[in-house]
Design a protein around this ligand. Sequence first.
Ligand code: ATP
Length: 610
Amino acid sequence: MRELARGGLSDRIGYSKKATLKEVSLRRIWTLFRSYSRMLYFILFLALTAAVMGLVPPLIMQRIIDEAIPNKNMTELFWYALLMVSIPVISGMLGVWQNHLNTKVAQGVMRDLRQGLFRNLQQQSMSFFTGARSGEVVQRVTDDVQAVQNVVTSVVVSSITQIVIVFTTIGILFWMDWRLAILSVIVLPLFMIPVRKVSAMRKQLRNETQKVRGDMSSMLGEIFGISGAMLTRIFGREKSQEQSFEQMNTKVMDMELKLNLMGRWFMMFLGVLGPLGTAIIYIYGGYAVIHDMMSIGAIVAFTAYLTRLYQPFGTLLNLHVEVATSLGVFKRIFEYLDMSPEVTEKPHAAVMQSTRGDVTYEHVSFAYQQDADVLQDISFAAKAGEMVALVGPSGAGKSTLISMIGRLYDPTEGTITIDGQKITDVTLESLREQMAYVTQESFLFHATLRDNLRFAKEDATDAEMEEACRKAYIYDFVQGLSSGLNTMVGERGHRLSGGERQRIAIARAILKNPRILILDEATSHLDSESESYVQAALQDLMKDRTTLVIAHRLSTVLAADQILVVEDGRIVERGTHEQLLEQDGLYTRLYNKQGGKTWEEPHGLWEVQE
Ligand code: ATP
């Protein structure tokens, strides 16, 4: 089937430059964390305990300077020193515990999100996948979800801890000396100037970096996918692709450098402002000490507290950037979680129990895009066991037509029934149970032959698989492989020829043993031996099943009970080969164009554009 990606998913959804609270409700984010709430509360308790413990060392310093040393009391000195060491040890241990729990919560939420995204993506219709840029789906499920870790550690836990540190420190400063406290707090507004400016710039730069990174993964996915890699080589575009990649790659590097540099400038401003506050305290505090208004220990303790004030304050000012980034991450994740599939099951849909396999299309129309009908008013009936062949020029709509029976797309108008049951009234699983698709490009997963075959029937025994391989004329080939059914195939496994792949796909269909068979005959150039095997396997497969086939061979067309000639999305002629020749229309013209002879060559001769 031709899969045209018209307007990638990113165009439809777009990278979120701005995520607002309205779009991403905090309540919804909270629901993700709800099942971990007890752990979160405990994390906060640990963080707060560590924050409060951090208040103690400067007080000890004060006691050492003002009491223990002047009193020449070695015992007191020893105990204070011991306390100074034990507090960081205890808070360090609490930190390790807290960090472990942080990771546990973050990883738990990430696992839940990945699972939710996977489930929802599995339910999406084909239109989603034909529209999505390759790599983007992977990026959302992996990178975006990864960013959640940051939300837990930097936003939730760290911000609350910083708030507690700032407020407890301000409290203790005022308790020690309110005049000095006012002086130390006075410099705080100065922090806002660089922080606001830098954080706005960092935010924009981060968004841009994320976008370029997204483009980069999409590009890598396309270029290093098998088809992309082959196309690149055939057209000799390795150099130019390397150049475009280099541009993007360098851009990422430049942006990261800029981001980092901006971060350093920001830290430098903070670094300058910190000592400024300390200097003010030393001037005023020194004056107070000289005039016996204050002890030296108090000044030392005071300045020690200042570092606990300025650094967390700077980080807090940056918080809104972190929050905005996190909202952006959640927005993108929620967009994917909220996507509803175009093809859906009715609530309480029945289970299809087909025994015959009568297929009817009644006045079926379809458009991939509004007002651009690809199929118009298609009606036909394929009786149980019949073979209906579709022929017509390329792009006429044949693949689209056959894809509708398994509800890969739903008609915009009209109905399709199997044994009188509307396919929209039954569950998707039971519907698809009734049919097997064998397409031109037979896809095999990167797994063993056995796993690939079991994709059609999970509990297939080795004997069943061997029987299916026999019927698909691939048994000898499989037997000849050193690992037999255990041979790895697919994307990066054993390289199978086009004909072998097709016969494996046919064996897969045989295992499924469906009532209805949907077939897109291969137009790819198989060697004649392989071709005859594929043909023979297909003949066997079609026996006693209702078959809809996009036909490229005269033998298929001749064997068909009914031939539908499709042009521009309509059935323009129908009948058997002889009847159609009598009609002397498009079918006859296509037939004559080939001299009525060469159809057995597998070149997709019906595909000639009129
Ligand atoms: P071919 O034999 O060359 O594959 P076909 O007769 O099977 O052709 P379809 O693949 O059904 O034709 O395509 C019918 C029309 O629908 C074409 O114009 C095609 O460009 C368009 N089309 C196919 N797939 C999509 C898609 N996913 N999104 C939008 N348009 C599509």
